[in-house]
Write a protein that binds this ligand. Structure first.
Ligand SMILES: [Fe+2]
Length: 136
């Protein structure tokens, strides 16, 4: 599985650059599935890298939203918190799964989350910034 990064561009360079770096980390995570033997610690390591980067990205996105007084900041921040909770839950539940099932579940969840987050919530932010250009 390889993500088409172009589909995730929202037209705000500072955010697009961070998303690009994040999508690269997701590609690394998905690439673990191409190994002949799926290694649990490799999954955990790749997941952790994506998680740490996501946290930095959320901070910078939230700072940007605060600076422009983005009206949907609370909703957006809640989505970020759901990500934190989701990854924590996946990490715990993964201990009860075999490595392959764990990786499948992680990949499915991460892909679904990034799709919803970027295509819905980040796009709405980009749209708001385009309509209120003095803020950007
Ligand atoms: Fe984002």
């Amino acid at each position: 599985m390889k993500i088409d990064h172009q589909l995730f561009r929202i037209g705000i360079p500072v955010i697009d650059n961070q998303h690009e770096a994040y999508l690269n980390l997701l590609d690394d995570l998905f690439a673990v599935g191409r190994d002949e033997i799926i290694n649990r610690s490799k999954i955990e390591e790749a997941l952790k890298k994506a998680f740490v980067y996501a946290m930095e990205h959320f901070d910078s996105e939230e700072m940007l939203m605060e600076s422009i007084k983005y009206p949907a900041l609370d909703v957006h921040r809640r989505k970020h918190n759901e990500f934190r909770e989701g990854v924590e839950r996946l990490t715990i539940e993964g201990k009860f799964l075999g490595a392959t099932a764990f990786l499948q579940e992680v990949n499915r969840w991460m892909l679904q989350w990034v799709q919803d987050q970027i295509q819905t919530h980040d796009r709405a932010l980009a749209e708001y910034m385009r309509k209120h250009p003095t803020h950007s």
